[in-house]
Design a protein around this ligand. Sequence first.
Ligand code: IVH
Length: 705
Amino acid sequence: MARTDPVKDLSETAARDELADLAVRLGRANLAYHGQDAPEISDAEYDALKQRNAAIEARFPHLKRADSPSDVVGSSPADGFAKIRHAVRMLSLANGFDAEDLREFDTRVRRYLGLADDAPLGFTAEPKIDGLSLSLRYEDGGLVQAATRGDGETGENVTANARTIADIPQRLSGAPAVLEVRGEVYMSHADFTALNARQTAAGEKPFANPRNAAAGSLRQLDAEITRARPLRFFAYAWGEVTEPLADTQKRAIDRLAALGFQTNPLTRLCDGPEEMLAHYAAIEAQRATLGYDIDGVVYKVNDLALQARLGFRSTTPRWALAHKFAAELAWTWLEAIDIQVGRTGALSPVARLHPVTVGGVVVSNATLHNEDYIAGRDAKGNPIRGGKDIRVGDWVQVYRAGDVIPKIADVDLDKRPETAQKFDFPTTCPECGSDAIREEGDAIRRCSGGLICPAQAVEKLKHLVARGAFDIEGLGAKQVEQFYRDGWIREPADIFTLRARFGSGMQQLKNREGWGELSANNLFDAIDEKRKIPLSRLLFGLGIRHVGESASALIANHYGDWDALASAMAAAQDGGEAWEELLAIDGVGQVLATSLVTAFGQAAERASIDRLVAQLSVQKADPPAQSDSPVAGKIVVFTGTLEKMTRAEAKARAESLGAKVAGSVSAKTDLLVAGPGAGSKAKKAADLGVETIDEDGWLALIGAG
Ligand code: IVH
């Protein structure tokens, strides 16, 4: 039950603690309630906690938390919804920006499939709707679940909200037993304008654009609010299906329309890049009069059997491309250039701009990429912007494309003040004074200070505690900065010794600005919770350059546990088989592998990693997707000419069935697939007694013959 102590007697520290406590309790109650689990507390208790929270906030407005429970209804509470794991991942799309990118897409697809330049290859082209994607699951014709995309693997359960949207059928007749329909929730311009007028009249903040309005309206804990908001839905894809919808993309979309979904009327079948470009131009010409926001055109390989062969990269399908419209532009003054030092030591110049609205969003910062970009050169030394450099005081053109960070497109030399000076890019780190070095062939200048550079150390720590890595609740960027400044956390392992060092002498932390006994204990608990950490998160959390979230998962899955990974990295220092094995992982290239092996090879860095690991219990990676294929878990090598598929396709296919594909034959190889012209590998396999089959044998083995 909520405490009854009067708010007026509450000290500031106690108030802060209680607000933190209330945020956790109310958050948990919301989750239990909306996740349709048995609610943990009664409605009356919930209301009492909420009132108490509001009363404390009214007394101490400056203590109101960024995640205040008062704001949960009416905003977008990421933690308030139950999570749903998608049966089939929800992917995003690779982007292209011009005709060249589109032609390369066509070429890439042909190359992957081994199609000649003049072989017929059809694509659909349709508007890219600027809303948020939603997956609707129908079982035996009834809508049973609706989930947002989330991180692609896990989304939020918004079933109750989706049921309020008129474009979403509640029942389907003649649908497969299981059908997941995917598409975009969006708001029309007219509805958006009317909604914002209502928001303003009610004293609420208006939404920045229709997409935000759609997202804010769908992700409401109270579905009645969603009902009152005019949301719409276009279907354009599908997830799990128990029987195929059709044999082509176009016919599948037509089938969805026949089942009762809205599909976009501008979806066309095109027979190649020229027709696709023509349709792109036609869609762009109608953009302003469509009545809803679109931000490009999506092309998809029409033949679904070819889509299946093309498959996916880590987060995007090989068979689709989003061709984005040109960005939105505005002019403003460049007030300053700041240098930020990132986690990997990169010195990134940031333009501080006089605030300007670009496509409905106020922009006051833009990236300047690197010193060449400021000087008016590209990576090869060729002039960009007609060779014009960028100076503090310049009148500059800013652009945004989609969600990307704003950039500077142009400089107006007629408006350049006489006092404007060429920008001297620093050659020492502004944070630690170490030399900032630019290596041959690298556009970026990097601080050479490594762990002694406070900016790098702090950025690494922030990365470690962030989402996707350790994701420690209550330990965000602000806290990490504070702890670093105070010398309490200098390296990752220090996070996990905080309780041991401060738990008993709590006074020190307790007396700090923003910390009380309760919040300190909550933090220690949150840290302890993350001692048990999946291998992929640990690896990603180390913040090694080029080792992103999806690469970390691939590498963790490959090696399985920490000891195997660490010893493989040690062995790979000298090249050889361990190095080859790392490179053979699909998605791991030379650059990534070099960066990873180098990080493990640096004594100071390795010692710091080991100190961290000593504090943890690293969980083994999930075994790769369960596959009952006879090749699952086998090490396979391809050699010679393959005639029915390209090498890339063969490798991707084998890996999707759970096999590991290696580049060379060794005693560990289980199977060699040898096409015509196989040479030394076939001989080595014969010497080692490794089973060898031909391409048809392989296709029969994987059930594709
Ligand atoms: S197809 C596997 N078609 O764009 C690919 N996506 O930038 C599934 N989007 O996450 C997506 N209009 O939310 C597809 N006509 C369209 C789309 C579309 C908008 C969104 C979708 C996706 C995002 C990627």
